[in-house]
Design a protein around this ligand. Structure first.
Ligand SMILES: *Cc1c(COP(=O)(O)O)cnc(C)c1O
Length: 222
């Protein structure tokens, strides 16, 4: 498994470099977030030993089970929350993550503000945009983005630095990536978390600063 993860990572990093070259991006401006939901600690450690520096998890409970031990050994590793966060888990999230990519409601913004004040921790926060306006998906509607960003920044004083999206499945993602980039630009946000195993090169073409890659590193999740 170590060998396979190492090989996969070499390949993913080569593809990132190639896309950066093709689309005129600096490789230092594109961060690989290794999405390790359902992945065992042993395999996460292989990825760390192969050079991964940022990891993404989807669930608070799973993060609590796996990460305190890993962080103790590798305190320099950065941990991002990429899944939906319930507002009653804000306390745990502020404690666990260096970056919360999935802020998607006023209620959660207020809870995060409370916890950040209490814990004296200040994680980076990205706002998740429901870029395809899909009823079943979390995220702020594109047309409400401006007001929500201002609310989170000015009223809740959160450290909002970027936007995140998951485009509709089964459609070409590029128009959605372009729209996310446009919303970020209009609101002076510099970070863009977009692109997964199947489409991170398209995301890099359109300005991604964070690509969230799971399957292409760790193999198919079971
Ligand atoms: C699981 C997940 C990923 C990784 O997806 P892969 O297709 O396995 O690369 C990225 N982002 C989010 C929000 C996810 O839930």
């Amino acid at each position: 498994m170590q060998n396979q993860i190492e090989k996969n990572l070499v390949l993913v990093n080569q593809k990132i470099s190639k896309a950066c070259k093709t689309y005129g991006r600096n490789t230092s401006d594109v961060n690989l977030v290794a999405v390790s939901k359902t992945i065992a600690t042993e395999n996460i450690l292989y990825a760390i030993n192969s050079g991964c520096k940022i990891f993404g998890e989807n669930y608070v409970k799973e993060t609590q089970e796996k990460w305190p031990a890993i962080k103790k050994q590798f305190p320099q590793i950065k941990l991002h929350l990429v899944g939906h966060l319930q507002s009653n888990k804000a306390r745990e999230a502020v404690d666990l993550y260096d970056c919360i990519e999935s802020l998607d409601s006023e209620k959660l913004a207020k809870e995060l503000q409370k916890e950040i004040t209490k814990q004296q921790k200040n994680p980076e926060i990205f706002i998740q945009i429901n870029i395809g306006e899909e009823p079943q998906k979390d995220g702020i509607a594109p047309l409400s983005a401006k007001d929500f960003i201002n609310f989170a920044k000015n009223e809740c004083r959160l450290n909002i630095t970027g936007l995140m999206c998951v485009p509709p499945a089964g459609e070409a993602p590029s128009t959605y990536f372009a729209l996310l980039a446009k919303i970020a630009k209009e609101n002076n946000l510099s970070k863009l978390s977009m692109g997964m195993s199947g489409d991170f090169e398209d995301a890099i073409a359109l300005g991604a600063t964070h690509v969230r890659v799971g399957t292409a590193i760790f193999g198919k999740r079971i």
